[in-house]
Design a protein around this ligand. Sequence first.
Ligand code: 13P
Length: 253
Amino acid sequence: MSRKLVVANWKMNLTLEDSKDLIQKVANSVSFHAYVVIAAPAAYLHPLKDFIVGKKNIHLAAQNVHHEEFGAFTGELSAPMLASLGIEYCIIGHSERRIHFKEKNEILAQKVSQLFKHGICPIYCVGETLEQREKGKTYDVVKKQIKEGLFHLKDEEIEQIIIAYEPVWAIGTGKNATPEQAEEVHAFIRKYITQKYGEEVADEIPLLYGGSITAQNAKSLFEKPSIDGGLVGGASLNAEDFIQIIKANFPDK
Ligand code: 13P
């Protein structure tokens, strides 16, 4: 199977009406072989699941899930709840959750396991801060995030995962990692997973880049051999820009 995909992370933006309008424009404009995942706000997942019926290249993701299966956790959402809506993907460990909600690798590992238990594919995010990069710690940080968040998984689980490399300094800053910088870290991630799980397993895993992807820079990033697609924030809120980004990874045939 192709590892290529493009994921929108809408974060805490858009109304339900805006969401439907954007999805409709994307579905009308991109080629049938595109694979697009939309990480929508939790409240919209159910209505959007109905809305995407018949839009075969559009899939839905949650932006977060609780690490327990059920219980007294007011305001939270569990993996079986997402599964009961037919949601296929869920972002885990976004830097905004690591930073603002103090989510640690240990909790993220539990979230990942909950998702696999309920048949949902995690999109696991890793990435260093500017300070960590400037101190030469990028690889150590990414290694620790992957080891502690994912290395408890069985071969048949980890080969289903999607990993997004999102350097924190590139998120929402307008300053993307260069294709060379991103490629370097992606190649490192695949090698690190190969060392633990072997090439056959590591080769299955889509590696996405995220951080200030635009309609202008997407192609040069997606052309790199270890960059399978993108996790797009700001530019995914504008239909024209997002469509261009999808087309950069899935040119019209
Ligand atoms: P931006 O594309 O807005 O930089 O956000 C990236 C991101 O955080 C996607 O998860």
